[in-house]
Design a protein around this ligand. Structure first.
Ligand code: PCA
Length: 330
């Protein structure tokens, strides 16, 4: 009887040790929050989900990344600062949102500098070392970046020229889209993607430039009627990490993370290419008119693009020149 009791106690002790070991393992697990301003079903977010899963698998659960889509943890325009101050360990940020901080972040939002995926990818190769350096100085590590599909004009009527855009209530998402509104005499208002549906539904805005992807995300057909495929630029989302958090990881975990990031970048660019036509098909299926822009509209937009490029080059200085030269050399 006594023996049995002892055995029981030993078993319980073993179980306790096991539980403690488990607790130890759980303690060794690193957990990161990764906020993004875009919704869960957006292809960028789906790609990010795969990335987080890959990291989890490759590190056997040692690094667990939790996604917070749609501005639920931090709003799109707060995410960079949240990562820098380590309120979130990682995050997804629209690079050109930071153009006011430094113009070098905004080269991918200069209209007509790079208008397709191939050109846009080349521009990224030229821009990457500069962005990497800038972020590094701020205690941020760049993991990867993926372009959105080409940007066109959404409106409630057919836009046939720059003059037709005068007076529109224009939703802007970064400094460049604000500048375009000013150039055509529209009224710009900055609204991030998570609030776009609401702003359209309430009539706060009646037009904007973006991709087919964001049109689908915000069910733009509930408020607007036309999408003009101007293909003016392809802005990028980047995934960033607080550098101190990255440095805390052991070497194999860092390597697994960087490998997953490289894979996510390749996969993301491929997926966005495919999604470009798919998103336009979805718009059309929902009775949006997809308009090939008139020569006049294209010429007017191109003229604004030339002005914005000149402005950008002036602001961006020698580093900017270096990016453009490297891009044109490829
Ligand atoms: N969608 C994002 C940025 C660029 C894009 O295609 C947006 O409209 O907010």
């Amino acid at each position: 009887m006594q023996r049995k009791g002892l055995l029981k106690a030993m078993c319980a002790g073993g179980l306790l040790a096991g539980v403690m070991a488990l607790a130890g393992a759980a303690h060794a697990q690193v957990k990161w929050d990764l906020p993004t301003g875009y919704p869960a079903n957006n292809p960028h977010t789906i790609n990010l989900e795969q990335f987080a899963k890959d990291v989890n698998t490759a590190t056997q659960g040692k690094l667990a990344i939790t996604l917070h889509p749609n501005g639920s943890l931090f709003k799109a325009n707060e995410i960079k600062r949240a990562v820098q101050s380590n309120q979130a360990q990682a995050g997804e940020v629209l690079m050109s949102l930071l153009e006011n901080e430094n113009p070098l972040f905004g080269v991918d939002a200069v209209p007509f500098l790079a208008t397709g995926f191939e050109a846009s990818y080349k521009l990224w190769q030229a821009q990457r070392p500069v962005v990497d350096r800038l972020l590094d100085r701020q205690g941020i590590k760049l993991l990867y970046a993926v372009a959105w599909p080409p940007q066109g004009i959404y409106a409630k009527k057919e836009i046939r020229s720059g003059a037709d855009m005068k007076g529109l209530k224009w939703r802007a998402y970064n400094p460049a889209t604000t500048r375009i509104a000013q150039a055509v005499g529209a009224q710009p208002m900055t609204i991030q993607a998570a609030e776009l549906s609401q702003a359209l539904a309430t009539g706060v805005v009646d037009s904007f430039m973006s991709s087919g992807a964001t049109g689908v995300d915000s069910k733009v057909w509930e408020s607007l009627t036309h999408f003009h495929t101007v293909d003016a630029w392809l802005p990028k989302n980047m995934i960033i990490v607080n550098k101190r958090e990255f440095d805390k990881l052991d070497k194999p975990t860092q390597e697994a993370l960087l490998k997953a990031a490289r894979d996510a970048e390749t996969r993301g660019w491929q997926r966005m290419r495919e999604y470009t036509q798919q998103s336009l098909d979805t718009l059309a299926k929902n009775k949006m008119t997809i308009v090939k822009p008139t020569q006049q509209l294209q010429a007017d937009m191109k003229k604004i693009g030339d002005e914005l490029l000149a402005e950008w080059e002036k602001k961006a200085g020698p580093d900017g020149k270096e990016i453009i030269a490297a891009y044109r050399k490829q």
